[in-house]
Design a protein around this ligand. Structure first.
Ligand code: COA
Length: 159
Protein backbone atom coordinates (compact mmCIF):
# COMPACT_ATOMS: atom_id res chain seq x y z
CA UNK A 1 0.00 0.00 0.00
CA UNK A 2 1.23 3.51 -0.75
CA UNK A 3 0.10 7.13 -0.66
CA UNK A 4 -1.57 8.32 -3.85
CA UNK A 5 -0.05 11.07 -5.97
CA UNK A 6 -1.82 13.39 -8.44
CA UNK A 7 -1.01 11.03 -11.34
CA UNK A 8 -3.29 8.46 -9.65
CA UNK A 9 -6.38 10.69 -9.89
CA UNK A 10 -7.91 9.09 -13.05
CA UNK A 11 -7.50 5.58 -11.59
CA UNK A 12 -8.87 6.72 -8.22
CA UNK A 13 -11.97 8.11 -9.94
CA UNK A 14 -12.41 4.85 -11.88
CA UNK A 15 -12.02 2.55 -8.85
CA UNK A 16 -14.20 4.68 -6.54
CA UNK A 17 -17.02 5.05 -9.07
CA UNK A 18 -16.94 1.34 -9.98
CA UNK A 19 -17.01 0.30 -6.31
CA UNK A 20 -19.80 2.74 -5.44
CA UNK A 21 -22.05 1.30 -8.14
CA UNK A 22 -23.09 -0.78 -5.12
CA UNK A 23 -25.03 2.32 -3.96
CA UNK A 24 -26.82 2.91 -7.28
CA UNK A 25 -30.05 1.44 -5.85
CA UNK A 26 -30.25 4.24 -3.26
CA UNK A 27 -28.10 7.16 -4.55
CA UNK A 28 -28.18 8.66 -8.06
CA UNK A 29 -25.10 9.53 -10.14
CA UNK A 30 -21.38 8.89 -9.94
CA UNK A 31 -19.83 8.92 -6.48
CA UNK A 32 -17.02 11.30 -7.45
CA UNK A 33 -15.10 13.07 -10.21
CA UNK A 34 -11.52 14.21 -10.83
CA UNK A 35 -11.92 17.71 -9.36
CA UNK A 36 -13.33 16.34 -6.12
CA UNK A 37 -10.60 13.69 -5.79
CA UNK A 38 -7.96 16.39 -6.41
CA UNK A 39 -9.44 18.60 -3.68
CA UNK A 40 -9.65 15.65 -1.26
CA UNK A 41 -5.98 14.89 -2.00
CA UNK A 42 -5.11 18.40 -0.84
CA UNK A 43 -7.25 18.08 2.30
CA UNK A 44 -6.04 14.60 3.27
CA UNK A 45 -4.44 11.47 1.89
CA UNK A 46 -5.53 8.55 -0.27
CA UNK A 47 -3.88 5.20 0.42
CA UNK A 48 -3.97 2.93 -2.62
CA UNK A 49 -3.37 -0.71 -3.50
CA UNK A 50 -1.60 -0.86 -6.88
CA UNK A 51 -1.87 -4.02 -8.98
CA UNK A 52 1.77 -4.02 -10.06
CA UNK A 53 0.98 -2.36 -13.39
CA UNK A 54 -0.80 0.97 -13.83
CA UNK A 55 -4.09 0.00 -12.22
CA UNK A 56 -5.38 0.31 -8.66
CA UNK A 57 -7.25 -2.50 -6.92
CA UNK A 58 -8.49 -0.35 -4.08
CA UNK A 59 -8.23 2.91 -2.20
CA UNK A 60 -9.23 4.69 0.99
CA UNK A 61 -9.32 8.38 1.93
CA UNK A 62 -8.13 9.74 5.30
CA UNK A 63 -8.47 13.24 6.70
CA UNK A 64 -7.34 14.55 10.07
CA UNK A 65 -10.30 15.88 12.06
CA UNK A 66 -8.42 17.20 15.07
CA UNK A 67 -5.49 16.38 17.34
CA UNK A 68 -6.51 12.75 17.91
CA UNK A 69 -9.34 12.04 15.41
CA UNK A 70 -9.24 10.96 11.80
CA UNK A 71 -12.03 10.45 9.25
CA UNK A 72 -12.03 7.50 6.84
CA UNK A 73 -14.02 7.79 3.62
CA UNK A 74 -14.49 6.51 0.07
CA UNK A 75 -13.31 3.00 0.94
CA UNK A 76 -13.29 1.26 -2.43
CA UNK A 77 -12.24 -2.12 -3.79
CA UNK A 78 -12.53 -2.75 -7.52
CA UNK A 79 -15.51 -5.16 -7.85
CA UNK A 80 -13.26 -7.60 -9.77
CA UNK A 81 -11.17 -7.99 -6.59
CA UNK A 82 -13.79 -7.84 -3.81
CA UNK A 83 -14.16 -10.66 -1.30
CA UNK A 84 -10.42 -11.39 -1.24
CA UNK A 85 -9.49 -9.49 1.92
CA UNK A 86 -8.45 -6.21 0.26
CA UNK A 87 -11.10 -4.16 2.10
CA UNK A 88 -9.69 -5.42 5.40
CA UNK A 89 -6.12 -4.67 4.22
CA UNK A 90 -7.13 -1.09 3.34
CA UNK A 91 -8.93 -0.44 6.64
CA UNK A 92 -6.12 -1.97 8.72
CA UNK A 93 -3.53 -0.01 6.70
CA UNK A 94 -5.55 3.16 7.28
CA UNK A 95 -5.66 2.48 11.01
CA UNK A 96 -1.88 1.97 11.12
CA UNK A 97 -1.34 5.22 9.20
CA UNK A 98 -3.53 7.18 11.65
CA UNK A 99 -1.83 5.60 14.68
CA UNK A 100 1.58 6.63 13.33
CA UNK A 101 0.22 10.19 13.04
CA UNK A 102 -0.94 10.19 16.67
CA UNK A 103 -4.58 9.33 15.93
CA UNK A 104 -6.61 7.71 18.69
CA UNK A 105 -10.07 7.51 17.09
CA UNK A 106 -11.15 6.76 13.53
CA UNK A 107 -14.62 7.85 12.36
CA UNK A 108 -16.59 6.94 9.25
CA UNK A 109 -20.18 7.11 8.06
CA UNK A 110 -22.36 4.54 6.34
CA UNK A 111 -25.56 5.19 4.38
CA UNK A 112 -28.39 3.60 6.35
CA UNK A 113 -29.63 1.63 3.31
CA UNK A 114 -26.28 -0.30 3.17
CA UNK A 115 -26.95 -2.52 6.15
CA UNK A 116 -24.43 -5.16 5.00
CA UNK A 117 -21.74 -2.56 5.76
CA UNK A 118 -22.83 -2.45 9.40
CA UNK A 119 -21.66 -6.08 9.59
CA UNK A 120 -18.50 -5.39 7.58
CA UNK A 121 -17.37 -2.51 9.82
CA UNK A 122 -18.50 -4.33 12.96
CA UNK A 123 -16.18 -7.22 12.07
CA UNK A 124 -13.37 -4.69 11.71
CA UNK A 125 -13.97 -3.31 15.22
CA UNK A 126 -16.09 -0.22 14.52
CA UNK A 127 -19.19 0.63 16.59
CA UNK A 128 -22.14 2.89 15.70
CA UNK A 129 -22.40 6.00 17.85
CA UNK A 130 -24.42 8.70 16.03
CA UNK A 131 -26.79 9.45 13.17
CA UNK A 132 -26.44 12.35 10.74
CA UNK A 133 -28.43 13.68 7.76
CA UNK A 134 -27.29 12.51 4.31
CA UNK A 135 -24.90 15.05 2.73
CA UNK A 136 -26.76 15.45 -0.62
CA UNK A 137 -30.47 14.67 -0.10
CA UNK A 138 -31.31 15.56 -3.72
CA UNK A 139 -29.39 12.44 -4.85
CA UNK A 140 -31.34 10.00 -2.67
CA UNK A 141 -33.65 7.51 -4.38
CA UNK A 142 -34.96 6.17 -1.06
CA UNK A 143 -35.05 7.85 2.36
CA UNK A 144 -31.63 7.46 4.01
CA UNK A 145 -29.52 8.93 6.75
CA UNK A 146 -25.89 8.37 7.72
CA UNK A 147 -24.83 6.16 10.62
CA UNK A 148 -21.55 7.25 12.14
CA UNK A 149 -19.14 4.52 13.27
CA UNK A 150 -16.01 4.96 15.39
CA UNK A 151 -13.07 2.74 16.32
CA UNK A 152 -10.58 3.42 19.11
CA UNK A 153 -7.12 2.89 17.63
CA UNK A 154 -5.46 2.09 20.96
CA UNK A 155 -6.42 0.03 24.03
CA UNK A 156 -8.45 2.13 26.51
CA UNK A 157 -5.56 2.34 28.99
CA UNK A 158 -3.38 3.94 26.29
CA UNK A 159 -5.93 6.49 25.05
C1 COA B 1 -16.98 -2.70 1.34
C2 COA B 1 -15.76 -3.16 0.54
C3 COA B 1 -14.65 -2.12 0.64
C4 COA B 1 -15.28 -4.50 1.13
O1 COA B 1 -14.10 -4.88 0.43
P1 COA B 1 -13.73 -6.42 0.24
O2 COA B 1 -12.34 -6.49 -0.29
O3 COA B 1 -14.78 -7.09 -0.55
O4 COA B 1 -13.80 -6.95 1.76
P2 COA B 1 -12.90 -8.08 2.41
O5 COA B 1 -12.81 -9.23 1.45
O6 COA B 1 -11.63 -7.51 2.89
O7 COA B 1 -13.78 -8.48 3.67
C5 COA B 1 -13.41 -8.08 4.99
C6 COA B 1 -14.36 -8.72 5.97
O8 COA B 1 -15.67 -8.21 5.82
C7 COA B 1 -16.56 -9.24 5.48
N1 COA B 1 -17.43 -8.70 4.43
C8 COA B 1 -17.07 -8.31 3.20
N2 COA B 1 -18.13 -7.86 2.52
C9 COA B 1 -19.17 -8.01 3.36
C10 COA B 1 -20.56 -7.77 3.24
N3 COA B 1 -21.09 -7.28 2.11
N4 COA B 1 -21.36 -8.05 4.29
C11 COA B 1 -20.84 -8.57 5.42
N5 COA B 1 -19.55 -8.82 5.60
C12 COA B 1 -18.73 -8.55 4.57
C13 COA B 1 -15.72 -10.38 4.97
O9 COA B 1 -16.34 -11.62 5.22
C14 COA B 1 -14.46 -10.21 5.75
O10 COA B 1 -14.59 -10.76 7.06
P3 COA B 1 -13.35 -11.55 7.73
O11 COA B 1 -12.08 -10.82 7.33
O12 COA B 1 -13.63 -11.46 9.18
O13 COA B 1 -13.44 -12.91 7.15
C15 COA B 1 -16.12 -3.41 -0.95
O14 COA B 1 -17.19 -4.32 -1.00
C16 COA B 1 -16.47 -2.16 -1.71
O15 COA B 1 -15.63 -1.49 -2.30
N6 COA B 1 -17.79 -1.86 -1.74
C17 COA B 1 -18.31 -0.73 -2.51
C18 COA B 1 -17.94 0.62 -1.90
C19 COA B 1 -18.42 0.74 -0.49
O16 COA B 1 -19.51 0.30 -0.13
N7 COA B 1 -17.58 1.37 0.35
C20 COA B 1 -17.88 1.62 1.75
C21 COA B 1 -18.81 2.75 1.90
S1 COA B 1 -18.95 3.27 3.60
Amino acid sequence: MRKAVPADIPELVRVINRAYEAEAFCIAGDRTHAEEVASFMEAGVFLVLPDGADRLRGSVFLRREGEIRWYLGLLSVDPDFQGQGLGRVLVEGAEAFCRREGGKFLDLTVVSARQELFTFYGRLGFSPNDVLPFRAPEKLKVPCHLVKFTKALLPALEL
